[in-house]
Design a protein around this ligand. Structure first.
Ligand code: FES
Length: 257
């Protein structure tokens, strides 16, 4: 049975601002949750709602969030983050990495979904490369200090930083295909679909995991709003990082267009 806890936080500083994005540093005022790679929180914004976020970083005192504007609450966080807020934790399932080498493909704010896993893997001696992509250099958040020494390769649509193209193009340019080593992908759905397709063609689905996004309401496994279609899984309990071998039906349903 999963246990949940509430933690008050206070804004320390705004670490970075990008187009419709912000990186925020909060400090825990009393206790801090114990978050494992792959898990996430509900971040309560007073006067608005609690929204699901995967921290870039969280320890006993410090919480770092990367937020992109997607709706009214995230817009408020980007424009005027509250001085005091709350954290409901812990949601989701711990992600366990495998092997001596791993690749993370992160499109946009998807980098937040993989940062904890990349950091833990790198710090435990796994050879980790994070491919981090965005439309242009100005949209790439300064995340390297949160990746535990993992190698970071950048890709931008306009070529203003790193390789011109997507993170998949950058992966191919480095001589790898999805599934050559264990690969975790987070970002826009077309990226997830292309990565799945590439691994499936190579017969390497067992070496791929996708970070899925759904609506999250209660976050507690009660309401069913976060059901991952075709899998029988709840994102707030079983996700968000899901082994690709469990996503065949999801891909048929979600990746057709
Ligand atoms: S958000 Fe997962 S069951 Fe309600």
């Amino acid at each position: 049975m999963q246990r949940y806890s509430y933690h008050s936080v206070e804004l320390v500083r705004i670490l970075w601002r990008g187009p419709r994005q912000v990186m925020l540093e909060y400090r825990y005022l009393d206790s801090a949750p114990s978050l494992s790679p792959g898990q996430f929180i509900l971040f309560w914004v007073p006067g608005s709602e609690a929204i699901p976020l995967t921290p870039l970083y969280s320890d006993a005192s410090r919480l770092v969030l990367l937020v992109v504007e997607r709706g009214p609450t995230t817009a408020r966080l980007v424009s005027s983050p509250p001085r005091h807020a709350g954290v409901i934790a812990v949601l989701g399932r711990r992600f366990t990495y495998r092997g001596d080498e791993m690749v993370f493909l992160a499109g946009g704010v998807g980098v937040a979904a993989v940062a904890m896993a990349a950091r833990e893997a790198a710090q435990s001696g796994v050879r980790v490369t994070v491919f981090y992509g965005a439309r242009s250099a100005g949209e790439l958040a300064p995340v390297e200090e949160f990746l535990g020494g993992a190698r970071v390769i950048y890709a931008t649509d306009d070529g203003s930083r790193g390789l011109r193209g997507t993170v998949l193009d950058a992966l191919h340019a480095s001589g790898l295909r999805v599934g050559d080593v264990y690969t975790v992908v987070a970002g826009p759905k077309p990226l997830l679909c292309r990565a799945y397709s590439e691994a499936a063609e190579a017969g390497q689905l067992e070496r791929l995991a996708l970070s899925i996004e759904t609506m999250v309401r209660c976050g507690l496994g009660f309401c069913g709003s976060c059901t991952i279609p075709c899998t029988g899984m709840l994102l707030c309990r079983d996700g968000p990082v899901v082994p690709a071998v469990r996503l065949g039906c999801w891909v048929v349903r979600e990746c057709q267009n």
